[in-house]
Ligand binder design. Sequence first.
Ligand SMILES: [Zn+2]
Length: 499
Amino acid sequence: MGIQKSIVLVTVDCLRADHVGFLGYECPTTPFLDSLAAESFVFPAAIVAGAPTYYSFPAILASRYPLALGRDALGLAPGEPTLASVLKQAGYATASFAAANAYISAQFGYEQGFDTFQDFLDDEPEPLASEKLNGATARGWASRLNRKLQQARPSLGPLGILYDELYFQYCQRKTPVPNSLDALRRFPAADVIVNEACQWTASVEGPFFLWLHLMDPHSPYYPTEKALALLGRCPVSPFRARYLNSYWNRSDLDPRRLARHRDQVIALYDAGIRWVDAQLARLIEMIRKAGRWENCIFAFTADHGEELLDHGGRYHPPSRLMEELIHVPLLLRVPGNAKRKAAQSPFSLLHFAPTLLDAAQAPIPSEFQGSSYWPQIQEGQSYDAVAISECVAGCTNPFRPENRLGPRVLSVREARYKLVLHFDPPAEHLYDLEADPGEHAPLAATSAKPVRRRLLEMAHAHLKRSIGQRDLVAHAQVRLRDLQLEWKNSAAKASAAPS
Ligand SMILES: [Zn+2]
């Protein structure tokens, strides 16, 4: 075995595959990553094993289907082997810097295997005023008037729509506007995370594993002003940015009306991606200057996409599995390996961790459900694979324990066909992604019967494995951790409440 290679893994929240340059996006969101793609393996069809964040990361870090421990078990199980724990055991220095996403915090077992684990959750500000703009934030007489109007709202009939509009506009104008987009931002931007990562990387000798999770394209969309400039966009005032985010967040509007501002919202989303790209350029320049880049594996992917109205939805609910939610970018740069054309077959992120460990010549835990595709990828061979993704109907984001026991939703995706299965009420939709990449019209139930049967059989085999091979001890441990957490939270609430 040669010298151990260091590994940098970057995951970006809400990043759709079709919004990066190296997968064909026409807007220049990722010039640096595009340049890296020339020396990397680029996966044209990387598919997450579940969405959103909490159903995606068990596969990315621990090569495990999100519902394999049961629908009531969230996060990683105590002692579950992960990329971090394997590499730490192999002698790597390990660190994680994540931009304040509670679902991948220590609460859910994600600190396991990391020497340094910084989740930035203490810095998270109170929910923003902008998110309350539909609510009663006005004071005094205006508030009293508003309460009266709110009570009268159901009896207004068609006038109610006008009322909603006027009230929204009123709140927008009445609520004080901060003087920069920075003050509106909910999560630390990529530059903050990369600063920490640079400092840590400079402080370690020997091989390291660095995992960064960046939230810049996550809603609410408040990119840095510099990122807008880098994209060649006109500046967006804090008032306008807040207006767009609040408008986009309105529950009283149908997709047709939301679509009025779609392009401007996407411009903000894209600027978040542009900032990630600029900061990764800085991180890698630093690693290069330290003379460590030629011995460093770099992997870039996302935990799920974002709907952006493709099928009427806006964000990333845990109950749908359309391509805009499950198809993510994946770029893998392994020094010493010439770029080869990647197979068109879907690559499930279930296989990501074992493939990455194999590329780094590190051992692969037997507990991993996925397997390494490194031999095929390295040789540029095609492989015939399906990607299964799962989530839960009726489950919500943010996650609420009372909603997590709904029936599963499954998708089985091949290069051309994709079957989406609902169990209650039962429904199956088969799409021909070649003829209908936007998944607008499922094939008629009478057509493509052999394909349908093949994919159904795979879905059943998956379910059988998932339920039959459940690790009951891990399940119990996760449930115990959840209960302790709930108990701690309610105890904290009780002691904080005025007596
Ligand atoms: Zn996420």
